[in-house]
Design a protein around this ligand. Sequence first.
Ligand code: GDP
Length: 579
Amino acid sequence: VASSSGSGDEKELRAPICCILGHVDAGKTKLLDCIRRTKVQQGEAGGITQQIGTTYLPVENIRERTSLKAEVTVKVPGLLVIDTPGHESFSKMRSRGSSLCDIAVVVVDITRGLEKQTIESLDLLKRHNVRFIVALNKVDRLYGWKPCHNAPIAKALKNQSVDVQMEYRWRLTEVVTQFKENGFNTALYYENKKMKHVFNIVPTSAKSCEGIPDLLLLLVRWVPEIMIEKLVYDDTVECTVLEVNEVKDLGATIDVVLINGVLHQGDQVIVCTEQGPVTTVIKDLLTPHPMKELKAKGIYKHHKELRAAQGVKIVARGLQHAMAGTSLVVVKAGDDLQQCEAVAMQEIDRVISMMDENVEGKAIQEVSRIRTCKEGVYVQASSIGTLEAIIAHLKRNNVNIAVSCWNLGPVNKEDVIKATAMLKRKEEYAAILAFDVKVMPEAAGLAAESGVKILMPDTVYKLVDSYTEHINEYKEAKKMQCAAEAIFPCTLKILPNRVYHSKDPIVCDVEVQEGVAKVGTAICVCIPSKDRTEHIVHSLGRISSIKTSNGNQIFSAKQGVVSIKEIVTNELKPVFWVD
Ligand code: GDP
């Protein structure tokens, strides 16, 4: 927390919280990599960011990278960036990110302009009244661009040929027009005379990092100017759950964004879960090392207390069903526990109704509670956020996959055992959709043995294909299996004087009068009793093959094929000859 000067009264300010939004492939991940100088984007399956993480950038780091002179005041202690994934199915997480952030960076690919998800993001920001900066990304893709690594954009532009500069201006005007068409006034930030009303555009390249210094400076210098009151540090704890994560040796932990106040080890807190409020005690507070993402592997730092604003991992009991997007309620000494639980209950309702307003409306609400039913597949994911995203994706694509059970973390033997329950109920559901998790060897062995299928798509896109393929395979196998057992009723008439062999095998010509005669069809004859008052039924066995008069083997003969030449049967293996 830093002190604000300027207004005279010294107020402590917290770090602004920033989220990154935009269309898929606009360069959100790469831009974030640039900001934190990591290579997350290259290591991800399908190139999609799949979880929300946070990165804290201390102001010293920003000063160093932007060559900011010592005498220039920065009022905030740093910047907290929430890494929000851009794929469509993550819009729920995006909305979470944007509802808790102070400022958003909307990434637009300069070569493509505003796209579907850019407009969705803008709608979301408008609804939540969140200000934004446009990162007009991929300027290096303008034909003939000469890279100027890490340079401020003005310097980088000066270095370009007249042609490049013309194309740049033309594309910039196009984007400004598109924003205007969507109801937003935008301008290049260094030409923007009405920064309070006109949204800033910063041209960037996430490849060569041009414009990144400009973006960082706007975030730590301009943002506090326009929202100083919002950034005044407050002792009252304000803390939002981003997601639940299973951590080896720690169990279920929650990643939270501490927006205001201080959290301590030993604090009694109430977590909002699908089953209602859960009261627990903070065992440990963990953070990664500065400049590393919260999810990055490595040793966490342990803290006795932590102060806003930052991303924190909380270790406590009973966190496994915490609902992402809800606030953590801290029970202070002297507080009435029941009253605090009532606050948490309201919080659960608030998040659900907020989700109701969301783009996906009802589907999201259902997902937030992860509705399960008696018959359905088993879904296993690395975190609750991922799990919800998968289910939202399935719903959005109108893939009606019923979910009977879900779990977080690696697929263990116990998960397979639970999934086998479907073998008796609805066999095709005896499958585990495992996403972003490991399958333990004993679990894989047991699944193969028992007939539970484990599907492991590496991206959300492939999830539907993988499931559909599984169902089709299942249906095909079932069809093959049933073919032998299926009954296709038919009536056959043995043609007069056309019984060529009466036993072992019976060979005769027939006319198919009704239905379909198939290989495998059980046949019988009806013979009138001696007094002709009733019919006696004699079983003749099954048809083993059918042949046409020219000797071709066929599988079935339909009604209307009248010129049947010959039928050959025996008790066990009758054969039809047909034309
Ligand atoms: P996201 O889906 O918005 O997170 O997009 P990514 O960060 O994954 O980027 C999508 C693709 O565009 C990747 O191949 C990146 O390497 C590439 N990319 C992103 N930013 C830039 C940029 O500024 N310049 C160029 N040339 N390529 C970029």
